[in-house]
Write a protein that binds this ligand. Structure first.
Ligand code: SF4
Length: 81
């Protein structure tokens, strides 16, 4: 899953951070850092709780699993095989 961060909505309540400081990283003024957060499977319950705790709706849960990355395998972009 992924947490989509709408950091323009963040008001610095730090409730997300209180749930999971290793997942929700804040800047020096207490606002969430920009950029989506990829959440490993084992952290998903905690990340969901943290996202739901945001009173501003700044943290959107995208349950779509991240696409697996196969290292060393290059895919042609023009449809050739
Ligand atoms: S709980 Fe919401 S408003 Fe508060 S720091 Fe986290 S993202 Fe920002």
């Amino acid at each position: 899953m992924r947490i989509i961060v709408h950091n323009a909505k963040c008001q610095g309540h730090a409730r997300c951070w209180a749930q999971a400081p290793h997942i929700f990283v804040l800047d020096d003024e207490g606002y969430i850092l920009p950029g989506d957060i990829e959440v490993p499977e084992r952290e998903q319950p905690l990340a969901s709780r943290g996202a739901r705790s945001c009173p501003e709706g700044a943290l959107e849960i995208d349950p779509t699993p991240a696409a697996p990355v196969e290292s060393g395998v290059l895919q042609p972009r023009d449809g050739r095989v």
